[in-house]
Design a protein around this ligand. Sequence first.
Ligand SMILES: [Zn+2]
Length: 150
Amino acid sequence: MRIETSKIPRGESDSVFEVTPEELELDREDVRIPEPLAASVHFSRLDREIVARGRLSGKVILICSRCLKPFEYRIDESFSFVIELASTAPSAVRLGDEDIVQVSSYGAVVEIKNELRDLVILSIPMMPVCSKDCRGTAPGKWEIHTDERR
Ligand SMILES: [Zn+2]
């Protein structure tokens, strides 16, 4: 998940790549990534800046907070960042908390791994539920009786 600015042409361009679970280094027991996620980024390159708008999608395996069983959950998140080109900036940077990085205008590598990992984590619900009908670990116990007459 490294973006090489020298490979981004002036004007508009697109880049499509896969993000493997190993690359993402998502070290969480409650979130598993069974297959690579799909990422696509659209670049708009001007003289001194590159605007990137991307999308990350795919499936993750979560643990249901009610029945504690694993289930498939689809993520589809958008992200964006700006690469500013400056002659005195470093040639290798990591996209961090800020969505703007300054890199060397002579060519640079921008690592966006942290950005994508945060995106996956933020897309996951706090209390994931496998289905809205999930009755939890003890079926019957939590059954909700609705009043049909209302
Ligand atoms: Zn469940």
